[in-house]
Ligand binder design. Sequence first.
Ligand SMILES: [Mn+2]
Length: 323
Amino acid sequence: MRISMQQAADMLLKNDNILILAHASPDGDTLGSSYALCQALQILGKNARVQCQDEIPDCYRFIVDGVKEMEFEPEFYVTVDVAALELLGTPEYYNELRGKINLSIDHHVTNTGYADFTCIEDGDIAAAAAETVLQIIRMMETPIDREIAEGIYVGLATDTGCFRYANTTSRTMRMAADMIDCKIDLKFINKTIFETRTKTYHALETMALHEMSITDDGEIAILVVTREMFEKSGSKESEFHPLKSIPRQIEGVKVGITMRESDKDTYRVAIRTNDGINASHIAAHFGGGGHPGAAGCTVHGKAKDITDEFIRVIREEMVRQGK
Ligand SMILES: [Mn+2]
């Protein structure tokens, strides 16, 4: 059932022993929003902690560090920035959580409604789950400390590509400005997230770029990242995220695809689009979802076959969408 942000705030205020779940291969939004919410609940005197099946990328460690670790038996389960139960992790992990999720706070219009209650702002107006979480925190009347502000800022900044993507609104910027007023270390945060690359990521990117393919008309660019590339570069899978925005950055490219081999013949695919082409419609063909400019799905098969299928579906969608 869909509920308002006020109802979500009231529900959190009424409950205790709250387990907050972030999605697998965590990004800045799921982590920043989850830890901001966790900190807010702890300030209100509740037991709360964040759980994520995958390891937290080093560049986001600072979000975790300031928040107290608490042990307790969970009574209320909240997901943040998780559009589908399957995105929580492996089948063993998410099946254990199936039917237990009380509240989903999200900004994906494609949210599958797996939780008892789902809180999403109408339309695609929240650039990040952090926007919705901040409003809920304000409704709970929690004072916003530096830890909360850091988490919210990271969520806003990462989901908007540091306030560059089309999902950025004046509200996003106002919220970020409010967080900066809470004395976060802006220089350190931006440098850590956007200006620092590990040597292993750099090696991975070099290998992947070398293999990038672009269709003859220059409209579709595809980057395939194999398990072999991860092994050779020594890069962790958690460092992979920045690669997803690279194909779309090439002049003339309308759709950028990044395929990460997560298992043999299994690829996690990130779709990024320009020119108003709806990425979530493309992802939907493959059982995935997301936002107009950024979506994802999981596909099984050989890389070459998947690539061909994507090109076919993208062309069809471009015609259908009149682009
Ligand atoms: Mn998000």
